[in-house]
Design a protein around this ligand. Sequence first.
Ligand code: GRF
Length: 248
Amino acid sequence: MVTKIATDTPPSRIAVLISGSGTNLQALINACNTPRLPHAQIVLVLSNRKAAYGLTRAATANPPIPTAYLGLPPFLRDNPGATRADYDLAVAREVLKVRPDVLVLAGWMHIVSEGFLEVMQGGRALSPLLSPENKGEDAGEQGEPRVTREIPVINIHPALPGQFDGANAMERGFEAFQRGEVDRLGVMVHRVIAEVDRGAPIIMREVEVHKGEDLKNDYEPRMHRTEWDIIVEATKLVLDEVRPISNR
Ligand code: GRF
């Protein structure tokens, strides 16, 4: 059976947070409006690093994808008294502006705070501290409207569930394999919860690894190719949940 997508309805909206080279972002860009990610559009790429090459990938995509830069150090400098949690809410504000159906963390090298996730889930409004001017009629107690439909937040992580949480997971995993401490490695896309890299996996995939091979030349390219597949597949799975084909 061929499932037809109603193209008179607006495309699914994907927002992406990055910090670096953006090869996973590129995989999403390439997949948009192909059978792998039909009727979908990346509506924002936000980076916490100004020099992230992913911003260039987005700006030079066809059609160009809107980009934003919001760095933590300049934010804290420009908002005396603000905290890391305030920064996350400022990121949330940029994300909410583009009304995404899903938020993909594609190499976002920050741990997201609970407040950020609560905003995405619709459990709390944004803090008025950061937008005193914005107090609409349907605003929540704290000043801004809440999201009415949860925006799922998903993350790509270069390890299997529960294996190597946190930063440098690929390197730590590879070294552990070479020492004989683990016998398999892989990558996953998971739902983001406050506990780092512990949210429910959406897709996990083992990556071939061999004793004595080189991390940079052998394992890493193989690992990335697997990431580029599963980030697209997981984004599609989540979009299919929040915007079933018949509604697109
Ligand atoms: C990926 O390997 C991801 O697993 C890790 O950061 C890397 C980002 O790569 N968290 P890129 O910016 O998508 O090329």
